[in-house]
Design a binder for this molecule. Structure first.
Ligand SMILES: [Zn+2]
Length: 480
C-alpha cells in the first residue's frame, strides 16, 4: 500500500492594531454597538473615496521584516470582486499582483527539530463585516463595524507537513505579531483567523496531490483538529481507490467535521483589477532601514536562544519566549545574575504561570518585581529556602510584593542548614523508628527515604534535605 505524506499551507489573517480603519477615519474597535462605527467610505456609498492608512502600511512592513520578507518599494492594491451580504461595497480592497512583502520565512521548533517555513507573501487588505445568524427567528443580522478594518494576510508555501508543525508556525506568528504590537491577536474577538490547505502526496514523489481548503478557522487548536480530520478524510478516500475533489470546505469545530462549501466547478472568480481610487503604495526610502534598526529580539529568536544557549526544555522555553511579558521578566531576572536560567524558568513556568492562569491577571497586575524573583531564585539555589518555602514566599511576592528576606523571616521559612540543629532532629527520628533503621541496615534503601521524610516533616519542611540525608546515613552507620 502506498505511503502518503501530508502537505499543508496556511493563510493567516491578522487585524492590525491601528486607531482607525484602513481607508476611512472610523474607529478600529471591537465590541461597539452594531453599525455605529461606519461611514460612506467603509459602507461603499457611491462617490465615497478611500484614503490609505499610513500606520497600517508601516505595521505590515514591520511584519514583513520580522518574517524575513523582501519589502517591495512599490506595490499596489486591487479590487477583489464578489457578492456577499457582509460586504456592502461588493468588492474587497486587497493586493493581488504586487503585494507589499514577498519571499520570506519563519523558523519553527518542533520536538527538537528546526524547520524553515517559507512565506510566499504578506499583503494588506480590508476586513468584511460580520453576519449574526439567529436560527430561532430564522433571520441573519449584519454588523458592518468590522468593514474596512485593516488586515494583513500571511501566505505560506506548502512547507508544513503535520498538524504539530502547523501549530508551531501559528504560535510563532502570533507571538511575533503580539511582541511587535502589530496585532493583539485575540482569538476570541476573531482578530486572527486562518485558512488551511491540505493535500496528500505519495512519499518520495514530487507530484502534489489535489488540495482542499478550509476557510476561516478562528482558533489554532481548531486548525490543528481541522488538519487532522482532513488528512484522515483524504487518506481514507485514497486508500479506498477514490479521487480527491478540489474543493473549499467549511470546518465545523463544534461537531469536529468539515463539509463542502464549493467545488472547483463553481469556484469563485474574483475578477481582480487594480483599485482605481488608490495610487501606488510607494514607501519612504528610509522606512525599511528605520524599522529594521528598531527591531527587538523576536520570540522565535528567543526560543532558539533559550533552548540552545541556556539549555531550557522546548515546551518550557516556548511558554516564556512566546509570551512578551514572561520573556521580559525572565530576561531581566537573568541579567541580574542572581540565579540560573533553569531555576528562573521553573518558577515562571510553574507557580507564576499557574497563578496567572487561575486569576486571568497579567504579570503587570501583580506586585512581583524582577529583582524579588531573581533573589528568590538565588535563595532557593543556595539552599537558603526549600522549594516548598520558596512557593510560599513567591505567592506573597505576587499578591503583596515586598522583600524576599523580610517575608522569609516573617513567615519563619528560612531553611535550616545548621548541622547541629539537623543532627538533633535526625537523632530523634532515628530513636523513634528502630524498625526503619533495621530495614535500612538490612539493605532496604527505601527505608532511608521514609526516615528523611519524617525528618522533613518534623522540621516543617525547613531542613536542608541534602544535609538530612547525609547526617542520617552517618548516624545510622555510627550506631552499627
Ligand atoms: Zn468608515
Amino acid at each position: 500500500m502506498a505511503e502518503y505524506q501530508s502537505v499543508i499551507g496556511l493563510e493567516v489573517h491578522a487585524e492590525l492594531k491601528t486607531a482607525s480603519k484602513m481607508y476611512c477615519s472610523c474607529e478600529n474597535k471591537f465590541g461597539a454597538p452594531p453599525n455605529t462605527l461606519v461611514c460612506p467610505v467603509c459602507m461603499g456609498y457611491p462617490g465615497a473615496l478611500p484614503r490609505l492608512n499610513k500606520k497600517a502600511v508601516e505595521l505590515a512592513v514591520k511584519a514583513g521584516i520580522a518574517m524575513n520578507c523582501t519589502i517591495q518599494q512599490n506595490s499596489f492594491q486591487d479590487r477583489k470582486n464578489y457578492f456577499y451580504p457582509d460586504l456592502p461595497k461588493s468588492y474587497q480592497i486587497s493586493q493581488s499582483e504586487k503585494p507589499l512583502c514577498v519571499r520570506g520565512y519563519l523558523d519553527i521548533l518542533v520536538n527538537g527539530e528546526h524547520k524553515r517555513i517559507r512565506i510566499n507573501r504578506i499583503h494588506i487588505e480590508e476586513d468584511a463585516g460580520k453576519l449574526i445568524h439567529d436560527a430561532e427567528k430564522g433571520i441573519t443580522l449584519a454588523d458592518y463595524n468590522r468593514c474596512g478594518v485593516p488586515l494583513i494576510e500571511i501566505v505560506t508555501e506548502p512547507d508544513i507537513s503535520s498538524s504539530e508543525e502547523a501549530h508551531a508556525f501559528l504560535e510563532t506568528v502570533r507571538s511575533t505579531l503580539k511582541a511587535l504590537d502589530i496585532s493583539d491577536c485575540k482569538m476570541q474577538e476573531g482578530s486572527v483567523r486562518c485558512d488551511v490547505n491540505v493535500s496528500l502526496k505519495e512519499k518520495g514523489s514530487e507530484i502534489l496531490g489535489t488540495r482542499c481548503e478550509m476557510k476561516n478557522i478562528n482558533s489554532f487548536s481548531g486548525a490543528v483538529r481541522g488538519i487532522e480530520y482532513e488528512i484522515k478524510r483524504q487518506l481514507e478516500l485514497l486508500r479506498s481507490g477514490e479521487h480527491i475533489q478540489q474543493e473549499t470546505r467549511r470546518w465545523d469545530d463544534s461537531r469536529g467535521v468539515s463539509t463542502v462549501m464549493r467545488t472547483k466547478e463553481n469556484a469563485m472568480d474574483y475578477r481582480f483589477f487594480p483599485e482605481p481610487d488608490l495610487g501606488l503604495i510607494s514607501l519612504p526610502d528610509d522606512l525599511v532601514s528605520q524599522i529594521k534598526g528598531s527591531m527587538p529580539e523576536l520570540p522565535g529568536e528567543k526560543l532558539f536562544r533559550y533552548t540552545e544557549k541556556l539549555g531550557l526544555k522546548e515546551q518550557e522555553a516556548k511558554i516564556i519566549a512566546f509570551d512578551k511579558d514572561k520573556a521580559e521578566l525572565f530576561d531581566h531576572c537573568l541579567s541580574l545574575e542572581r540565579a540560573s536560567a533553569k531555576t528562573l524558568c521553573s518558577l515562571i513556568v510553574g507557580e507564576i504561570t499557574k497563578y496567572l492562569n487561575d486569576t486571568g491577571d497579567q504579570i503587570s497586575d501583580t506586585k512581583l518585581t524582577s529583582l524579588a524573583l531573581a533573589e528568590l531564585a538565588g535563595d532557593t539555589e543556595q539552599g537558603r529556602l526549600s522549594s516548598s518555602s520558596a512557593k510560599k514566599v513567591l505567592s506573597e511576592l505576587i499578591t503583596s510584593g515586598g522583600n524576599v528576606k523580610e517575608i522569609t523571616e516573617r513567615l519563619g521559612l528560612a531553611q535550616i542548614s545548621d548541622p547541629e540543629h539537623i543532627q538533633k532532629i535526625v537523632a530523634e527520628i532515628i530513636a523513634q523508628q528502630p524498625k526503619s533503621v533495621q530495614e535500612f541496615r538490612s539493605g532496604k534503601t527505601n527505608a532511608l527515604n521514609h526516615l528523611i521524610g519524617l525528618c522533613m516533616k518534623a522540621s516543617k519542611g525547613r531542613a536542608n534535605p541534602a544535609m538530612v540525608r547525609e547526617i542520617a546515613e552517618k548516624l545510622i552507620k555510627m550506631e552499627e
